[in-house]
Each structure stands twice: as C-alpha cells, then as structure tokens.
Design a protein around this ligand. Structure first.
Ligand code: PEP
Length: 249
C-alpha cells in the first residue's frame, strides 16, 4: 500500500485571529489541488476562525497542544473534546518546544496520545534529538525511547493512524536542515521500531514526517526519501511558501 503524504504547518505562537482567517483564505487556492493531506496547526485562539475560513477546502485545522484530562479545574488548558467540537482533526503532541519550555515528559505525551485517540483526533507525535545527543551517537536510542513511551497502551489500529514527526532539535528554526540521508536514517529506524512493536502492516501504514527548517528549496529532496511521508513545517508555514512546499514534487 502507498501512504498518503501529509504536510502540516506549525504556526507556533504566531498570527492573531484576524490574520489567521485571512491567511487561511489566501492559502486555500494555493493548496486546492494538492495530492498530499494539508493541515495547518494553529494557536488555540485561532482555531475557530481558521476552521471557519477553511470550510469547503482541503485544509484541515490542527491544534498545537492539548491536555489529557476530560474537563475540570485545569486553568488555561484545553480538553480533547473542545478541539473536536471546534472542528479540529489533528493535534501536535510532544513538540520539543513544549518539552523544553513547559516541562512535558514522555509520560505526559503518552497520556495525551491516548486522549487524542479516545476522542478521534489524529496525533502528530514529535520526537527528536539534541545536537549533543547526535554528537554522542545516541540519536537512534533516544528516539526509540521517546517513541516506545509515547505508544505505550496504544492499539495497532491507533498506531497505524498516527503521524510521527521526526524533528532534530538542532534543525528547528535554525535554517540548519538535516541532510536527506540523516533524516531518512532516523525515519527508517522509527518505521523499524513500529514494526517491532506492532508488526509489518502497521509499520507500512504509519506516516512519518520530517521537521526542521523545511523550505521550498529542500522539500523535494527530503520528501522523496522512502521513509519520509511529508513534513512538519514551522517558519515556512507562516508564508505563502507553504503552498510551494505542499506542491513539493
Ligand atoms: C517546528 O517547529 O515544528 C519546525 C519544524 O520549525 P521550522 O520549520 O521553523 O524549523
């Protein structure tokens, strides 16, 4: 079977609601005939206007984070059901910025992955090594550990529907993109691990993105690697460039 490519934007903490709607409207014609699945993951406050602006188009709206509890006294957090109610289809979980600045652990990511699936949301599960870890030669071991914990108690059906984003931390927002060989090596190792955990069918179905300074100039080379099924795009997803990345071929 062939996997459908998935290109997702991660707006991070950019664009107020008024600009969000305007930008989505600008993007609609630029990605209308895309072969790949197109997702824009936007700040929580942008979700409602972005969903409204994307109506009738092939752009799906995702969230950048969520909490794992159903509801209650968790000031400032957003529940899975709230995202679903607002029209969200995907949610980024375990982004390295959340791990670094908001103390998210692998165990929290696992709880969030379980909550996402319980509510019919597709998680985009992030993993990635620091430059120091790469230099120490422990990249694959580190990524395997992150993925093993993220997928604890996740069923094979759920695992097959998941999206994994391999994002080397040293390549995020730095303009220092991984070589296609480096990205392919790790994405292949992730697919191999999914095979060990769930068998060959799930390994064949799960989609694995590369993220880290993806731009129109490097997308084709990265996305043509056999184990890379698209990208998670930060900076370049804030500009019409995103349309070019979606048409990477
Ligand atoms: C990201 O934050 O997920 C990302 C990959 O950012 P950038 O494309 O800007 O490196």
């Amino acid at each position: 079977m062939s996997r459908r490519m998935i290109i997702a934007g991660n707006w991070k903490m950019n664009k107020p609601p008024s600009q969000a709607a305007e930008f989505i409207r600008q993007l609609v014609p630029l990605v209308a005939d895309a072969e790949a699945e197109v997702v824009c993951c936007v700040p929580a406050i942008d979700i409602v206007p972005a969903v409204e602006a994307a109506k009738g188009s092939n752009i799906r709206i995702g969230a950048e984070n969520m909490y794992f509890e159903e509801k209650g006294a968790y000031t400032g957090e957003i529940a899975p059901d709230m995202l679903v109610d607002a029209g969200v289809s995907h949610v980024i979980l375990g982004h390295s910025e959340r791990r670094e600045y908001f103390a998210e652990t692998d165990e929290m990511v696992n709880r969030k992955v379980k909550a996402a699936f319980a509510h019919g949301l597709i998680p985009i599960i992030c993993c990635g090594e620091t430059l120091k870890q790469r230099e120490q030669g422990i990249t694959i071991d580190w990524i395997r550990q992150q993925i093993k914990i993220a997928f604890q108690d996740i069923t094979p059906e759920q695992a097959a529907a998941a999206v994994i984003a391999y994002e080397p931390i040293w390549a995020i927002g730095t303009g220092k993109v991984a070589t296609s060989g480096q990205a392919q090596e790790v994405c292949h190792a992730i697919r191999q691990l999914m095979g060990e955990l769930y068998g060959p069918e799930v390994a064949e179905q799960v989609r694995i993105q590369y993220g880290g300074s993806v731009a129109p100039a490097n997308a084709a080379e990265l996305f043509s690697q056999p184990d890379i099924d698209g990208g998670l795009v930060g900076g370049a997803s804030l500009k019409p460039d995103f349309g070019q990345i979606v048409h990477w071929k």
